[in-house]
Design a protein around this ligand. Structure first.
Ligand code: CP3
Length: 346
């Protein structure tokens, strides 16, 4: 079977047959690439880079030029552009990660939060999508993305990264209605933001629920997935959508019910079992442990083949890591992964 390079990813996401599993890598444009680090230096900072459509387009194409096996591109931006546009004041501190100068902690602060318009406050992201789309010229499909409302709320309330999420969980347990109001505003913003990305040329969408796995099973449904479902329902059913809850492998059934076409799996989930149980209902994406890339080439090739074997030959599988590629990995390690996928025949 021959499948055009720019079709593999979207076909697999729709659970149509392909010649080999499509592959793309979370954070494929990023710090493990020396050419990315050079462009970021030229831009000034990570946020300056996100606000420069031409340079965003350049870094999106860097991994595609280096690794011809990649079957999709992802918008270069960040999930935290949304709370930044809501007035929280995003900064990235070296060694510290993201920081918000104005975290939201009270019902009054939440009530005062605006729902920004994507074509004004987030225009730079829409411009990046348009520029990337034009420069890709159909080479591979472009994935747009946003954070899940719960994950964005974690950063908005904590004011940055967190170990135990006690600020945001404190809000959830002391004032659940304020928590819901915050999630509601983030959801409205996210819907408009994703619709804007679609209008600008994104061909599939992914929602990153990085911190959904911090919730209890019941709270996951109420505080994370319910808002994911609202986003899914607001996007046309013809647009394929992926949902990825890190640590959410126990709740795949509910994630399918929420209407997603594909689900991301982290490396703790048994891919073979998930494919056997859910493979007829949803496409699955993942889930090689990113730390595998610290090993040698032989180990990496073997582990990649084991992942592909676990996924099996039925349609509806997309190769990826179980989370983003880390900055301490060298590009040759990823080349080994992708060559292994490329030579694999189902
Ligand atoms: O995947 C891609 O190549 C597309 C671009 C992308 C970035 N961030 C660029 C980025 C995507 C899809 C994201 C999503 C994102 N951002 C998530 C969800 C996915 C996940 O990793 O769980 C989260 C939680 C964030 C928030 C964020 N952005 C953090 C916590 C950090 C700092 C720590 C870290 O992991 O790097 C960032 C910075 C960031 N976002 C970088 C990149 C390339 C590194 C910035 C730099 O160049 O210094």
């Amino acid at each position: 079977m021959t499948v055009a390079k720019n079709e593999r990813f979207l076909k697999a996401l729709r659970r149509e047959a392909v010649d080999r599993p499509p592959a793309w890598i979370m954070r494929q444009a990023g710090r493990y690439l020396p050419e990315y680090r050079a462009t970021r230096t030229r831009a000034g900072s990570f946020l300056d880079l996100c606000k420069n459509p031409e340079l965003c387009s350049e870094v999106v194409r860097q991994p595609l030029d280096r690794f011809p096996q990649l079957d999709a591109a992802i918008l270069f931006s960040d999930i935290l552009t949304v709370p930044d546009a809501m007035g929280l004041g995003l900064r990235f501190e070296t060694g510290e990660g993201p920081v918000f100068d104005n975290p939201v902690r009270s019902a009054a602060q939440i009530a005062a939060l605006p729902v920004p318009d994507p074509e004004t406050e987030l225009r730079y992201v829409m411009d990046a999508v348009r520029t990337i789309k034009a420069d890709l010229a159909g080479r591979v499909p472009l994935i747009g993305f946003a954070g899940s409302p719960w994950t964005i709320a974690c950063y908005a309330v904590e004011g940055g990264s967190s170990k135990n999420f006690h600020q945001v969980k404190g809000l959830r347990f002391t004032d659940p209605s304020a928590m819901h109001q915050l999630l509601d505003k983030i959801t409205e913003t996210t819907i408009a933001y994703l619709q804007g990305q679609l209008a600008a040329g994104a061909e599939a969408l992914m929602v990153f629920d990085t911190w959904g796995g911090q919730l209890s099973a019941a709270d996951y449904l109420e505080f994370s997935l319910a808002y994911g479902r609202r986003i899914r329902e607001a996007i046309p059913a013809t647009v394929p959508m992926l949902w990825f809850t890190k640590g959410g492998g126990q709740w795949l059934d509910a994630q399918i019910d929420a209407g997603f076409d594909g689900l991301g799996l982290d490396w703790t989930t048994d891919l073979r079992a998930a494919r056997a149980t859910y493979g007829e209902r949803v496409a699955l994406q993942g889930n090689l442990d990113p730390a595998t890339l610290l090993g040698n080439a032989e180990l990496i090739a073997q582990s990649t083949r084991a992942t592909l074997d676990a996924a099996g030959s039925k349609p509806g599988y997309i190769f990826n890591l179980g989370h983003g590629i880390t900055p301490d990995v060298t590009p040759d390690k990823l080349a080994t992964v992708l060559k292994t996928v490329d030579s694999y025949r189902v």
